[in-house]
Structures are given as C-alpha cells and as structure tokens.
Unconditional design. Structure first.
Length: 366
C-alpha cells in the first residue's frame, strides 16, 4: 500500500469542515425539535446560497498582500538600521504576524482550499516557518475546542491553567494559583503579552506527541524560523536592541491574538456533560459571542468577530461569514434561541466580568 505524504494531516471534523450535526442529526447527541435536526434547514440554506464555496482568489490576494507587507517591514528594518527607532517597526510586524496567524487558522479549517495537502502546506508556511508556531499542535488543540466549545471537561481552551474560567476550577486554588485567580481579571491583558512566546513553547513541547513522520516536517520548520528570526534581527541590530525588538514584537503579537480570541466564548454557557446534551446548533450558538463592527473590525479580528457563524460552519471562507450572519440570526430567532452579539468594548467587559466572578470565591476565602 502507498505510504501517506509527510505533509498529509490526519482528517478531523474541523479540518474537513463537515459539520458534526450533518452526520449526527439522527443520533441521541442531537437536540432536535419535531422531526429532523435544528441545524439541517440552516445548513441547506447556506449551501443553496453558495456560502460554503471556496474563495481561493480572495485568499490568494490576501496571502500575497500579507507577504508584501511583511517584506516591506523587513526592508524598512534594514533601511532604518542600528537605532532605537527600529523598535517602532515591531508594531506593524506584530499586526501582520497576527494576520499571518489568521491565514494559518483558516488553512487549518480547510477554508482556503479543498485539498488537505495544500491546506497543510499553507498552514506550515504561515504557522511553523513564519511564526514559529506548530501547525499540528494548533490544529489538534483547536479541533478539540470546536468539537466541544466551552465544555468544562473536553475543551482545552477552558482547562484550568494560569487562568481559570469556571467556578468549579477555582475551588481550592491556593498559593500562587490562588493569587492568580483572585486577580485574574486584572492580569488578563498583561498575561496576553506573554502569549506569543507561550504559543511557540507549546508547539515545541508538542513535538513529543507527534508521530515521527509529522515531527520530521514540523521540527525543521520551527528550527528554521528560530534561526531566521534571530539572524534577521542580529544582522540589523546589536544584541541588546535585537532582544528588545523581539520582546516587543512577541508581546504585541500575543496581545493582538488575545484580543481576537478572548471575547469569543468567555462568559458564555459552559456545559459540563451533566445536563441536556445539545445538538450542533445549540452547542455552537449558546457558547459563542459575536462582535459588531464594520470592515476595520473584520480586518483586525480576522473574521473571528463572526464567531457564531464560524463555529457553525468552520470551513466557511472568511468573507462569507458576514453574509451568513443574517441567515443564522433569523434561524435562531425562529427557534427562540439566544444569539449573543455585542460591541467591541462590551465584549471585553463581559469577558473580564466573568473572570472576576469566577475568582470571587477565592477572594472571599471560600
């Protein structure tokens, strides 16, 4: 039998984009009303309107524009040379690094191309090579999140760590963990400054989990990024300035990603497996929050402000999410299903309020 390609990822619901409800409509896991799935009529409408069709040209232009912007920043860095003013370029580099991460995210969801191999290559280039983030680690973690968003036992994004997102996880936290939980609302944005570095560290740690064939691709690209990044900065700047530039770049990059991902689920429903088992529609809608805004918001948040639509249709191309929004809202209204949507600022207010409420029992010494 022919061996699979080194670049071929393992199939998963989020990568193939096949909604779980489409295959589970008749199972006990679906919370159906009447005959058939709550999600099926919406899926049919979305397909009929062509919103699941790929936008390869749109993504090609976006990838080219992002690459051009990154090249321009590197060129400017060489032009400015050995001066502290060069650190100002860490700001646009962080912004376009986040754009690079959004492209890798979309590739992992098969939004860009139907070919898993092509999507895998795009993800490796934008994740491992350009950012030093393991695409395999991210896809594995992110797929589990999409399958069970905000689930206390199954979603790795709400697993207790430095921050905790559920009262059940805050109970009994003492010492350093307790201090972090008591103050986590205030610490959230400062901790985001470390996320750029954390993403790299987690990806390197994940190499041990990966199969030898997968690791043979992932590891050299991560190493190439680290060497190329260090060589670029040390060629232009002396060690002290190069380190300062790297720290500022990674801090702003982490903050940008934190601002894009934090408002999406924090403070929303958190199923724990003991209550009613929801179908795909309720599982995704009740745990997600949209952020209102225009073209600037869409650009800055990489389309993740349409979090409900993205979770319902993970392989839907980014430019189609805003088109699906009125269809999803109308469908939820017809089912009397809450559709959470708020402003950019209020989304953070709600997320931080939730973090504070979770830490209240620890602050009270309970």
């Amino acid at each position: 039998m022919p061996q699979p390609s080194l670049l071929e990822p393992q199939p998963s619901p989020a990568e193939t984009g096949e909604p779980q409800e489409a295959t589970e409509a008749s199972s006990a896991r679906a919370a159906d009303t009447g005959s058939g799935s709550e999600f099926a009529p919406l899926l049919r409408t979305v397909r009929e309107q062509g919103l699941l069709e790929r936008r390869t040209g749109w993504y090609a232009l976006g990838i080219a524009a992002n690459a051009t912007a990154l090249a321009a920043i590197v060129t400017a860095l060489f032009t400015v040379g050995d001066t502290w003013w060069a650190l100002l370029l860490a700001v646009p580099l962080a912004v376009f690094s986040a754009r690079t991460a959004f492209i890798g995210h979309d590739a992992g969801h098969a939004q860009i191309t139907r070919s898993r191999r092509a999507g895998r290559i795009i993800g490796l280039i934008h994740g491992n090579l350009l950012l030093g983030m393991s695409a395999a680690w991210w896809n594995d973690k992110h797929n589990r999140h999409h399958a069970n968003p905000n689930h206390l036992e199954k979603d790795p994004d709400v697993a207790p760590d430095v921050l905790v997102f559920a009262a059940a996880h805050a109970e009994g936290r003492t010492g350093r963990g307790g201090w972090l939980t008591r103050h986590q609302a205030w610490l959230f944005f400062p901790l985001c400054l470390l996320e750029g570095i954390n993403l790299k560290v987690q990806g390197v740690r994940d190499l041990r989990r990966q199969s030898p064939r997968e690791r043979a691709v992932e590891a050299p690209l991560l190493l190439a990024h680290a060497c190329g990044y260090a060589a670029l900065l040390l060629t232009v700047l002396p060690p002290g300035k190069a380190l300062s530039f790297a720290l500022l770049h990674q801090a702003l990059f982490g903050l940008h990603l934190g601002m894009a991902f934090a408002p999406n689920h924090k403070g929303m429903e958190m199923p724990d497996g003991t209550g009613e088992r929801w179908g795909h529609l309720r599982r995704q809608v009740l745990t997600s929050r949209n952020i209102r805004g225009g073209a600037v918001t869409d650009w800055f948040l990489g389309g993740l402000n349409y979090q409900i639509e993205h979770h319902l249709f993970p392989n839907m191309p980014r430019p189609h999410l805003r088109l699906a929004r009125p269809l999803v809202r109308a469908h939820c209204r017809s089912l009397d299903l809450p559709y959470a949507e708020t402003s950019f600022v209020d989304s953070y207010r709600q997320a931080l309020r939730h973090l504070r409420e979770v830490g209240e029992p620890v602050r009270a010494g309970r």
